[in-house]
Design a protein around this ligand. Structure first.
Ligand code: MG
Length: 358
């Protein structure tokens, strides 16, 4: 299949409830949708979201990177040479991982369509069902306990609790209230989004260990690989690297230093599926399991992430609640949610049929 056109369009959907972390508060899911058209009357889809505080990109920078830098290189190229396509993009564009992710997922969508397989089967097909957690935004402890209980009532069995804002005593209170409210059988994972120093992290995590915490994501600043190692070494709880690892060179540093027990892969950080697969392989070699998560993306980006996640045995955790936080679903086709359970219709590629209003 030969690429004959690439176009982008912007979408925005309000969230049901503001999404709050130690780094930011989000009210709307704003995305750039990419549609690649091929000569054989075929289309493929990708999505990028501007998470400026994490990747440094804006909607405008993503649009520019795709339309002005990547598009001229890709027009007229064939998917048969897809490794050449990825190399050519990396030669002309440094960083810009979300812009690259949108193009990468659209190319993988095209490759799987060409192979006449659902993407997760094209990539390895390890599972055909996965279960997502649900995120509790960082707020006052009692409000968080109420939110947590609501999600448990809706059927979620794993909660991802945002902490790392205010002081560690407040964070300990947050988890205490939530654990009291939801009982002992709900899995609780934390995400501090770089909000603690390594000393604070060790103190806080040790105090919370009696509350049965599954894992803690990114306790310390993303550059503090030594601090991350100290936290991993000094606590019994599993420590997951998120913002510290964008691409495989970051993964090598963190894995070599034995700074984490787990890695959170996100397409918007890695620049897409190709690089996420590479990080996952590195992690697997070090005996480190991966989760796949996302930014605040629509069902399009999450469909690509979920296909990746289902394809690999070393990817064992799934954080795909973002589409469930939106007031409207603009994406026709893709993965199917039944509460916490995600399944994959046997359509070729990502199975995206279209985007409302586009
Ligand atoms: Mg995280």
């Amino acid at each position: 299949m030969k690429i004959i056109d690439i176009r982008t369009c912007r979408t925005s959907v309000p969230l049901k409830k503001p999404f709050k972390t130690a780094l930011r508060t989000v009210f709307d899911a704003t995305s750039l949708i990419v549609i690649i058209t091929y000569d054989q009357d075929e289309k493929s889809f990708g999505e990028a979201v501007p998470t400026t505080v994490i990747t440094g990109e804006t909607l405008e920078s993503i649009d520019y990177a795709i339309c002005e830098v990547i598009k001229p290189i890709l027009l007229g190229t064939s998917l048969i040479h897809y490794e050449q396509i990825f190399s050519a993009i990396d030669r002309v564009l440094i960083g810009n991982t979300s812009a690259k992710a949108a193009i990468d997922m659209a190319i993988y969508d095209g490759l799987a369509k060409q192979a006449r397989l659902p993407l997760y089967q094209y990539l390895g097909g390890y599972r055909n069902e996965i279960e997502t957690d649900f995120t509790v935004s960082v707020n006052r402890p009692l409000e968080m306990a109420e939110d947590a209980m609501q999600y448990v009532t809706e059927g979620f069995r794993t909660l991802k609790i945002k902490v790392g804002k205010d002081d560690i005593d407040t964070d300990i209170q947050r988890i205490k209230r939530i654990r009291e409210k939801v009982g002992p059988n709900i899995r609780i994972r934390l995400d501090a989004n770089q909000g603690w120093t390594w000393k604070e992290a060790i103190v806080a995590i040790r105090k919370m260990e009696s509350m049965n915490i599954e894992l803690v994501e990114q306790p310390v600043h993303k550059e503090d690989i030594e601090g991350l190692r100290r936290v991993t070494e000094a606590t019994d709880t599993l420590i997951m690297a998120d913002e510290s690892i964008f691409r495989s060179d970051d993964a090598i540093k963190v894995l070599e230093a034995r700074s984490c027990d787990l890695i959170n892969l996100k397409l918007m950080k890695s620049g897409g599926i190709k690089e996420a697969l590479k990080i996952n392989r590195l992690a697997e070699a070090y005996g480190v399991k991966c989760m796949v998560g996302s930014m605040i993306e629509t069902k399009l980006g999450i469909t690509a992430a979920a296909h990746l996640a289902a394809s690999q045995p070393n990817i064992t955790r799934y954080d795909f609640d973002a589409p469930l936080m939106l007031t409207d679903d603009l994406i026709e086709g893709g993965i199917i949610y039944e509460g916490k359970d995600i399944s994959f219709p046997l359509h070729h590629g990502l199975g995206i049929k279209g985007v409302k209003g586009v």
